[in-house]
Design a protein around this ligand. Sequence first.
Ligand code: ATP
Ligand code: MG
Length: 338
Amino acid sequence: MSKEIMLTGDRPTGKLHLGHYVGSLRTRFEIQETGEYENFIMIADQQALTDNARNPEKIRKSLVEVTLDYLAVGIDPAKTTIFVQSQIPELNELTMHYLNLVTVSRLERNPTIKEEIKLRGFNTSIPAGFLVYPVSQTADITAFKAKKIPVGEDQLPMIEQSREIVRSFNSIYGDILVEPEALISNSGCARLPGVDGKAKMSKSLGNAIYLSDEADVITEKVMSMYTDPNHIKVSDPGEVDNNPVFIYLDAFGKDKKYIEELKEHYKQGGLGDVKVKRYLNDVLQAELEPIRNRRKEFEKDKELIYKILLDGSNKARMTASQTLKEVRDAIGINYFNV
Ligand code: ATP
Ligand code: MG
């Protein structure tokens, strides 16, 4: 029996950060290492262009940065096909077919899209391509018949929309497509908050610790992190539940017993923020140092990066064109080759 497919991706809008790491990257690596799946990772440059059409240079530059981040966390091109969305034109045709299966009002109701429109200040000037990106994402997923999609929480409405499109397609044209399932990390954090305490660490909010940050930058960010605002004196009892410092410790710390002791102490009072932050800093430094060093090694050979992406894209294209052929046959637009 052939293996199930894992597929996921990132928008090349900047370097990757700890949110990506605990929300999705680390799970991808773990899945890759089990050898149980056939693995695909897509760099969603076309999706990134839907809200960056006037800034293509950022996307071009980030393509390399994101690939370096993948390699740095252990994604291995021999085990995982890394490819570039724009290099697979078949995905665009699939998108066109799927667009006929969704309504504009359904797209406008997508909670993540709503939130992102607000965040980007589009008001009523929403690029049409942006509104339909969940449909294009459905094309990306279904072209590979992917079943497991390791993503952060913000992506759940996208996967739900994909499932609806797949069900609709299959009920009209026959069982061709595979319904994907989101895989939310249980060892990490489905939505890592920013160092400023905002709900999501994000490239665009300037509240991220990047995988490539140097040691002193990490320390500076950790030591100025937002904590419980009511924990003013060391003796004050503090809150741990919505406190980013403890959320990070839960996501990255290995010594769970010690972390529980710290939490108890913090809740009772008598444990200062500085002490907890110093410990968090040690934890993050230990996790990020090897990643940063590997990244620096790969940075020396940009040609290799482009070769990995080209080879991956060529391989991915073969799978996508096979699915497109099945889709064309199912719809019956195969006039000249029946
Ligand atoms: P952009 O602002 O350009 O949308 P982003 O930081 O949201 O960038 P994406 O490329 O959209 O990053 O997301 C890539 C993957 O990382 C998705 O699976 C997403 O759910 C996950 N992810 C991003 N930020 C976080 C976070 N703070 N916590 C957990 N997962 C996250
Ligand atoms: Mg995003």
